[in-house]
Design a protein around this ligand. Structure first.
Ligand SMILES: Nc1ncnc2c1ncn2[C@@H]1O[C@H](COP(=O)(O)OP(=O)(O)OP(=O)(O)O)[C@@H](O)[C@H]1O
Length: 235
């Protein structure tokens, strides 16, 4: 049986703003297995980013437990969380957050070289189709190319999982699709677990499973019997 990689157990998150308390997550339970491509889907404000931030060790749950690869990360101290973020999780955000005065290759190396089992930065850049552009600075690359560098940077760490927060949010339709295809291909080729959050229901069929979030709760979990290639999906 496939191994459970991620488990959320009754996770809550409350933000206290003066007298007002906002329940961003209200008893969230789900599991994600090794090698899965999972889409977390929900409307704006549903709690998607909060889930991803807690899963990536960037935010702390108010209560509940989060297991990653068998370890309860809610019990980690700051030092352990820093190592977890640096080595176990690859992040891809809507805005690529590349370092402007480093080349594409240097951006990838900078992030990965601190990791024990990192991959060869040049090879990963080639894999995302940017071998020829390795000496370019971010400002010399298009948005889609910058996002590919950001994906290479995340992949080169050889992390346990990739967390992608609206990775196509700043891209046009066609470029966004090619970035999703890259993620889908990477998942198929390397079996690296990918968790991608989006509000775009159209892309749900590319995932092995879809976790729907609504008002801080899990609304529904859908298993796609067959995943669809992004090329065949229009929206
Ligand atoms: N730092 C914060 N302080 C206060 N409230 C917050 C904070 N972060 C998130 N929230 C609230 O928690 C709820 C869930 O937010 P979250 O960002 O997780 O939603 P989302 O599904 O990712 O939305 P979007 O698609 O718009 O990014 C929202 O009501 C939001 O206003």
């Amino acid at each position: 049986m496939t191994k459970k990689l991620i488990e959320f157990k009754n996770v809550t998150k409350e933000y206290n703003l003066g007298d007002v308390s906002i329940k961003a997550l209200d008893g969230v339970d789900f599991s994600i297995y090794e090698g899965e491509f999972v889409v977390i889907l929900g409307a704006s404000g549903a709690g998607k980013s909060t889930i991803l931030n807690i899963l990536g060790g960037m935010d702390l749950a108010s209560s509940g437990e989060v297991f990653v690869n068998g370890n309860n990360i809610t019990q980690y101290d700051d030092k352990k969380l820093t190592t977890f973020r640096a080595e176990e999780v690859g992040f891809v955000f809507q805005f690529y957050n590349l370092i402007p005065n480093l080349t594409a290759l240097e951006n990838v190396e900078f992030a990965s070289e601190v990791c024990k089992d990192h991959l060869d930065a040049k090879e990963v850049l080639e894999k995302v189709g940017l071998g020829e552009r390795k000496n370019n600075f971010p400002s010399q690359l298009s948005g889609g190319e910058q996002q590919r560098v950001a994906i290479a940077r995340a992949v080169a760490k050889n992390p346990l999982l990739l967390l992608c927060d609206e990775p196509t949010g700043a891209l046009d339709y066609k470029t966004g699709k090619s970035v999703l295809k890259l993620l889908q291909d990477l998942n198929k080729e390397t079996q690296k677990c990918i968790v991608l959050i989006t509000h775009n229901t159209a892309i749900a069929p590319i995932a092995d499973r879809v976790i729907k979030v609504k008002s801080g709760k899990i609304d529904e979990v859908i298993t796609n019997a067959e995943t669809q290639s992004i090329e065949g999906i229009e929206w």
